[in-house]
Write a protein of this length. Structure first.
Length: 166
């Protein structure tokens, strides 16, 4: 059994095919699960919207300029999070996902702490994120870390938008 001390949070290694494959696997799980939760279950990557397929099939291209943070248990990618490049003095946190077999071990909190540290180092004044309203556990985690609900910047129904200063 792996505990939190055995999980390392790293920035995406420059040339690591196993890390890229691990990230693609987590993104696949994230997007398939999200579509199912929205009532639009799809069987595989080909059923996802093009923008999500692009993240999975070419993450280095999809997230160019962004900081991709990975949680590693040994050489296995067990969690991910993307911090977008700063725009107008802030960054956005996206794609927070932990392999279900590794949940409840502090990995999501570790990824968020690393994301906030990265945002601070990048000189932004704040970070924002959006989360589906049914992901109450994630919302509670974000609130524990100082995020507050704010007016929505996204047209999609059922999204909760949150922000915090860094």
């Amino acid at each position: 059994m792996t505990d939190q001390r055995e999980v390392a949070i790293v920035r995406w290694p420059d040339q690591s095919p196993s890390a890229e494959d691990g990230l693609a696997g987590l993104l696949t799980d994230y997007h398939l699960r999200t579509e199912a939760e929205k009532g639009r279950a799809v069987a595989d990557v080909q059923g996802l919207p093009d923008r999500y397929q692009a993240e999975i099939l070419a993450p280095r291209t999809a997230f160019v300029g962004d900081a991709v943070l990975l949680a590693l248990s040994g050489d296995t990618v067990v969690g991910c999070l993307v911090v977008t490049a700063p725009t107008d003095g802030r960054s956005e946190i996206k794609r927070l996902w932990t392999d279900p077999a590794f949940r409840s071990r502090g990995i999501a909190s570790g990824l968020l702490d690393a994301a906030l540290a990265h945002a601070t180092e990048s000189g932004v004044g704040g970070v924002r994120l959006s989360v589906w309203k049914w992901r109450t556990g994630a919302i509670a985690l974000y609130e524990r870390l100082g995020f507050v609900i704010t007016e929505s910047w996204d047209e999609r129904d059922q999204l909760v938008c949150m922000q915090r200063a860094v």
